[in-house]
Design a binder for this molecule. Sequence first.
Ligand code: TRP
Length: 332
Amino acid sequence: MKQRILTGDRPTGPLHLGHYLGSLKQRVELQHTYDEFLIIADVQALTDNFANPQKVANNITEVALDYLAVGIDPAITTIFIQSQIPEIAELTIFYMNLVNLGRLEQNPTVKTELRQKGFEKEIPVGFLVYPISQAADITAFMPHVVPVGEDQLPMIEQTRDIVRKFNSLYGDTLIEPKELLSQYPRLPGIDGQEKMSKSLGNAIFLSDSQDVVREKVMRMYTDPNRIHPTDAGKVEGNPVFIYHDAFNTNTEEVADLKARYLQGTVGDVEVKEKLITALNHFLDPIRARRAEHAQDMPAIMRMLREGTERARAVAHDTLSRVKDAMHINYFK
Ligand code: TRP
């Protein structure tokens, strides 16, 4: 029996190169050795997009298309939609009794998000408790491992706390999951900010056209102290070279560009032209697969329905065990 892993995304927009390096690439590899479950977390997306449910709904298929485009295989990976699994909501209710308000308020990721979203003065309860809901997302499927980015570590920690508390109160029922951090480096935004993010407006999307990729790379941040192509430049920490390292498979070319950049014998434009070529070489097959799948949206919906049915059967089984442990399975 393969060990199970679970991870996923909020459907708030199409996925970008940062997602690819931070998680998608690893998921494509892991799906062969693990029983992989991917949650499209629309309920969680609604906690800060409750005024905009249409946006969340529209992005479910965008995310699904991105998954298939990068090589997630729905024959071996179960892709499912959170809101269609009421068992997750039920588990959330039971877990709420096991968490103190102070613990939620101290969650560093939640704190950052509250600031970013302007929720500090009036905190929506649904938003504050989403880490509990995420513990339900995870435990409903009894995964051993949860592959995530660093910002999700507080959620895994919260999940383990809930599992320990549940098991000590009601008897050994749930599994304590371990996190698995991506082994690939974090990709900066095209503006040089530490993190690529849709909300920061500094992302290159997997679904961007060749022209859009060109335009974004051309305005990419490089070495701010280098004014002329004949100035010696900095390679380390330079976004253009971080992208070259991550996506340009021609390692000789990258080494040559770096050497000349350090000496001041290559201009930014040449470095960027070569990056555009490398990125389009990487993205072309992804775009092609995406376009092919997008031609048959009913098939995408069938795939999501089947994945959700498979996932629901697992969550149903977990909820039944949870109710047994709590002695509330009255009509069994
Ligand atoms: N919180 C995750 C994010 O913002 C998405 C998510 C929801 C998730 N439920 C999950 C990730 C369960 C891992 C496991 O990206």
